[in-house]
Design a protein around this ligand. Sequence first.
Ligand SMILES: [Zn+2]
Length: 215
Amino acid sequence: MSFKTHTEGGSWTGGGTEVPNCSTTEIAAIRAAINFYNSSGVPCVRSIGGLEALANCLSSKNEANITLDCRNSTCNGAFGTTNSRGGSEVTFCDPALPPSGLQQDTDVTLFHEFIHTCNGMELDAWALENHCYQGHGTITPSAGVVNGFMGETSDIGNGLRASEFLLWEPATGRVFVKIQSGGSWNSSPTYTRGNELNVNNRAYMVPPPAGGSWI
Ligand SMILES: [Zn+2]
């Protein structure tokens, strides 16, 4: 865990030194992002209401239990990646690291990827970063990203689709906390709308609103 390293020096018999893949400057930016996450990101999720389980998971994540890497082959144009939903290896890519990225780009990327480590889907990560990091590096998801939400979420009726933590109404682009009730070994739980997140509703509409551009 912690910052991923590679070996420099040594020979075929061993030896050498373990060196972090992230530079000193990059490590400083990521540590600052963890501080912002603890002071602003996690409290924001907790303050929405109905997302206590996610907030508790997020607050448990830190440098000791996540492997942090920089600019590896998983990047492929992304700001950041997580090895899998619920995974524990997060990579920061060029646009999210100095000097290409600003501190706020590192901040919002860490928040987004840590939501994936807590089992969040893309809708969860995007809507929560739009809500919690508004004016702090978050960008509106592209049409392609929003179309991707369709494939990952499930239709629960009444025009709503469910992700791990949220409910999404594609016709209006509105996003709500997913409130679960009931459910047992022989019956499915019922999901109802909780508090609404503040996202750019037009950008979250599928199909996109008639007339004018997507954004
Ligand atoms: Zn993501």
